[in-house]
Design a protein around this ligand. Sequence first.
Ligand code: GTP
Length: 595
Amino acid sequence: MQHIRNFSIIAHIDHGKSTLADRIIQFCGGLSDREMEEQVLDSMELERERGITIKAQTVALKYPSLDGQVYLLNLIDTPGHVDFSYEVSRSLAACEGALLVVDASQGVEAQTVANCYTAIEQGVEVIPVLNKIDLPAADPERVVAEIEDIIGIDAKDALRVSAKTGEGIQAMLEAVVKRIPTPKGDPDAPLKALIIDSWFDNYVGVVILVRVVDGVLKPGNKIMLMANRTAYLCEQVGAFLPKAESRDSLAAGEVGYVISGIKELKSAKVGDTVTLADNPATAPLAGFKEIKPQVFAGLYPVESNQYDALRAALEKLQLNDSSLQFEPETSQALGFGFRCGFLGLLHLDIVQERLEREYDMDLITTAPTVVYQVVLRDGTITEIENPSKMPDLSKIVEIREPIITTTILVPEEYVGVVMSLCTGKRGIQRNMQYMGRQVMLVYEMPLNEVVMDFFDKLKSVSRGYASLDYEFKEFRASDLVKLDILINNEKVDALSLIVHRASSQQRGRELAQKMRELIPRQMFDIAVQAAIGAHVVARENVKALRKNVLAKCYGGDITRKRKLLEKQKAGKKRMKRVGNVEIPQAAFLAILQVG
Ligand code: GTP
C-alpha cells in the first residue's frame, strides 16, 4: 500500500485537465501516440466537441520515481461542471490528494474554488499546479497570489507545467509521490468500497468503479450494495491501465472496477458502499446521497409518429445516465411527449443534443422549469414539475420554490453590473469579499430565475470574466403566479410558466412581444395574449401575410426557387401546429429571452 497514490485533478473548464491527464498517461507509458489520438479520458464525440468531461473515468499508472521506486498512481477523473458536483465530491472522497490546476494565463475561477473547498473538507492534500506556462500571457506570480488570496492555501511551491509541451510534468509527478499521503485502511477489516462511478456496458452489464477503503474484494465473493441491501456475485475485478485488465483482488487503498451481473445502472449508485454479504461492514461510508433532478423540461417529437422512437432513445440514454429521468406527458398543444428531469441546464443541453445527433430526433423542447412544492388547502403538499399542472390558485395555501446559494467570482470592475443582475433575479446578498483584483459574491437566488438565462446574462455583463458555482439550499415560500399564453384565444399549455407576482405583468408583456416577433406571419391574423388567471396582461397581433414568398425569386431561376422551398421546409420541421397556427420551436423557448 505504501506505493499507491490516489489523486484527482480539480480544474475549471478549459484550464487543461484532460490535456494534463493525457500527458500523465503518456509519461507513464500507458498509451502510444496513436492510441492517444483515440483518447480514453474524454472519449465521447460530443465531449470532444464541447470540451466537457461528462463521465468520470479513471486510470491506474505505473510511475518510476526518481527515488528508484515504482509507484502505482490512480488518477481518478472528475466531471468538470457544476451540474455534476455530487460526483465530484465522491471522486474526491476516494482520493488522498488532488492537483488543483489553474490556467496561468487566466487565474482562479468560482468552480475551482468550490471544488477545492470540497477537497479540503474531505481532508484531501491539495497541490496547486499552474498550467499553460508556455503561453506568453501566462502570469504565474499573479496566479499564485490569487490562489493564496481566494482559496487561502499556500501556493508558493505551486508547480509550473505545460500540459501541451510536457514541461514540468515529471516534477509534478514527483510532488504527487512525495506530498500525497499513502492510503490508509485495514485490509483485514470487513469490506468497504466506495462507488465512484458506474456505467453500462453492452457485454458485461453494469461496471462499477470503486475505491476500496477497508478489506479485500475478490472474484467469487458475494457482494452487497448497502443502500438497497441487494446482493450480487462478484465476477471480475480489475483496473484500467487505461485498458481494462483483470486482477486477482482489489485490496484496501486500491481503485478498480467490479463486474457483478448488475443489470440496471440505478442499482449501483455513486456514493454507495459495497461490502461482503457474508461479512458485512457495520455501517456504510459517509456521504451517500440520492440525487434528484433539479431542472425539468418537456421533450416532444415534431412528428407524432416518432413518439415510440423517442421513448426508445430516452431508454437507451438512461442505460448510461441514471440521473436522467422521464415520464410520458401529454400536452394539448404538443401532443404526446415526455417530461424529463435533469441535474441542471448543461445536462439538459447534452441530452437534447444527443437525441438529435445520435438518434436523429426532431424535438420541440419546452422552457426548463424547476420543481415547486405546493401546499394545498387540505393540508397536502405536492411537487409540481410542470407549470401547466399547477392547481387552481384558490386551492393553494402556499407555493415554495427551490433556492440555491451561488458563489460568483468577478473582477472588480464588473461588480456593480453583476450585483444589479443578481438583485434583478430576486437574489439576496449573503457575502461580498474583495480578494486581490477579484470579488467573491455570495447570493441566495431562486433556481427558477437561474434556469431562465442567468448564466448567459452573467457572462455577457461581465464580458465573460465572471464564473459561478451553485448548490441547492432549501425550498422557500414565495408569491408566485402562473402566467398563461393564449394564441387566438386558445391556452397553449406548453408555454405556461411560473413567475413572481411582482414581475408577472412585465414578463407577460415582454413575452407576448417576443412571441409576436417569433411567430411567422400566416394567412390570417394571430392574437397572442398573456394572462394571469382570467386577467389578460398583454396582447400582441401577428398580422396576416398576403404576399407569396416565391414572388421574391427572379422569374424562372429554378435553383433559387428550390432553395427557398427547401429552406421553408426545413424551417417547418421545427414547427408545431396549435389550432391552425404554426408555432416555431423558438417560440416555446421565448421565455428564455425575456426578463
Ligand atoms: P474540460 O474537459 O472542459 O473540463 O476542459 P479541460 O480542463 O479538460 O481542458 P482541456 O484539456 O480540454 O484544455 C482546454 C484547452 O487548453 C485545449 O484547447 C488545450 O489544447 C489547451 N491547453 C491545455 N493545456 C495547455 C498548455 O499547457 N498550454 C497551452 N498553450 N494550451 C493548453
